[in-house]
Design a protein around this ligand. Structure first.
Ligand code: IMP
Length: 489
């Protein structure tokens, strides 16, 4: 090593020294969303000081059961029910101020105050009424959630339209309320005029503008103008858990365009959208589920019923056929025994509650795609994986599969579907039931090892039931040790 190189290395290691500093872990979904990330965060939250969001907005969401009833959270980070944890919403998020204020108020009504706990980056993008109108109009091609997220990020990149600034941020609204509301109104009016005044949501969108002062009042105490807030927390020893919204396969660049969301969902983006230097990264935690689902359009190689299922689910969501209608039309037990994978998928959706949290749309159902999961694990160097809904595999034993179907090979050129599909017969219904108390039955251990072999990462836990206790931590699989040289608690 030359003295110059030595010098650089020692300077770098001096810079990288974070003996007193904390760290960040990034938790992301590894499939198409809705893998049950919130449940895992709930289980891990006690070990972190800050839970932070770095992407997406009201297109995400999960419902939490509380003693005071259910609450649907879309934009607040998971962890609101862990009072010790601070919550951060980073600049990479697209904020719907109306819905966020509503979540905060709902929690307040339940006696949960976020004062002093919640910090929202002033640079987070602001969803505006014209974004919602644009998204609702164009939602059919991709099957978006209609929350205005895509148009909002597009305006962030566009910056100015017809001499009017369109890349508004939360700080603009809260620090220059009158001008910001006026700018929003101008763009909305311009859009409506350009379209000859025909906007079916005109009244609703105008109401949104009228309610902004109240909404701004609710959000103002949580505005964080300090771009280094999270960095300073970590420098002072804070332990951060980044919570990805949507999932890796829906990344705006990495996913299958155009059937993706409009933000970056890959773990590396946590450090851009979450406002923290990447040198604090410790490990990447993935979440997947044993019965897969996808909402909206786009490729889904392990889908039960293939294109027919995609079309059925699309038509169903258009005609508002959801959980109630499917329950009236079908008997899941009969469908489960059908030879047709489409029927088996419908049965699994009904038996395992796979309907959109926000939209109620029937989700497309697929078998566990270990080939795709392995690709994602390798591509993003995922350190460990939580596999949810393993208990739901029980239903396959009532089906003609007589075992657990998994996809183990990608793009098999010969042999078609059959060669990509493997029926794992080593797992039994009783093995799943016996493992619920936390001691893995040997057949369950065999299944865990089979999955690990295929994906190339250890399973840190498996979901064997929807309740908190249903998450079985795999103690024999300690999380990947921190890289040498780190001194974290
Ligand atoms: P957008 O994020 O609303 O623009 O929707 C783009 C695509 O991402 C659509 O296929 C949506 O169904 C999907 N998507 C967005 N958010 C979620 C989510 O939280 N879970 C699953 N899919 C999502």
């Amino acid at each position: 090593m030359t003295s110059a190189t030595r010098n650089t290395v020692s300077r770098c290691s001096h810079h990288a020294s974070k003996r007193e500093a904390g760290y960040a872990d990034v938790l992301v979904g590894l499939q198409y969303g809705d893998e049950g990330k919130a449940k895992i965060i709930d289980a891990l939250a006690q070990d972190y000081d800050v839970i932070a969001r770095f992407n997406g907005g009201a297109n995400a969401g999960h419902t939490i059961d509380t003693p005071l009833g259910k609450i649907a959270l879309k934009q607040l980070p998971s962890g609101v029910f862990h009072p010790h944890a601070s919550l951060y919403i980073g600049s990479g998020c697209a904020i719907n101020p109306w819905k966020l204020a509503d979540e905060i108020e709902q929690l307040r009504d339940m006696g949960i105050s976020l004062d002093g706990r919640l910090h929202i980056s002033a640079r987070a993008a602001l969803v505006q009424p014209h974004h919602i109108a644009h998204d609702r109009r164009g939602s059919d091609t991709i099957g978006t959630t209609g929350n205005g997220i895509g148009p909002c990020y597009a305006d962030r990149a566009l910056r100015v339209r017809n001499d009017t600034r369109v890349n508004l941020m939360l700080g603009d609204l809260l620090e220059r309320e009158a001008q910001t509301v006026m700018a929003m109104r101008r763009v909305l009016t311009g859009m409506i005029n350009a379209e000859g005044g025909a906007c079916p949501w005109m009244a609703e969108l105008s109401d949104l503008l009228l309610s902004l002062p109240r909404v701004a009042h609710t959000l103002r105490p949580y505005l964080e103008p300090d771009r280094s807030w999270l960095t300073r927390r970590v420098m002072a020893g804070g332990r951060v858990l980044f919570e990805g919204a949507q999932s890796v396969l829906l990344d705006v660049v990495d996913g299958t365009q155009p059937f993706v969301t409009s933000s970056h969902t890959v773990p590396a983006y946590a450090y851009v959208g979450g406002d923290l230097p990447p040198k604090f990264h410790r490990r990447t935690i993935g979440v997947a589920k044993a019965i897969m689902s996808r909402v909206g359009r786009g490729p889904f190689p392990s889908e039960l019923g293939g294109e027919r299922s995609a079309q059925y689910c699309h038509a169903a969501s258009q005609s508002r056929v959801g959980v109630v209608e499917e329950a009236q039309r079908h008997s899941p037990d009969t469908l489960l025994r059908s030879q047709d994978p489409l029927d088996v998928g419908t049965a699994l959706r009904m038996l395992t509650g796979e309907y959109g949290t926000g939209t109620g749309r029937p989700r497309r159902i697929g078998i566990l795609d270990l080939a795709a999961l392995g690709d994602v694990v390798r591509m993003h160097a995922v350190d460990c994986v939580y596999l949810n809904k393993v208990d739901c595999l029980t239903h396959y034993f009532q089906s003609t599969y007589q075992g657990v179907p998994v996809r183990v090979q990608r793009d098999a050129l010969s042999g078609g579907e059959a060669s990509e599909l493997k029926i794992y017969t080593g797992l039994t219904e009783s093995a799943i039931a016996r493992s619920r108390d936390g001691t893995l039955d040997s057949a369950m251990r065999g299944f865990v090892e089979f999955v690990e072999r295929h994906i190339g990462a250890p399973l840190a836990g498996i979901g064997l039931g929807p309740e908190r206790a249903g998450l079985v931590s795999l103690a024999s699989h300690p999380p990947t040790p921190a890289p040498v040289g780190e001194a974290h608690g």
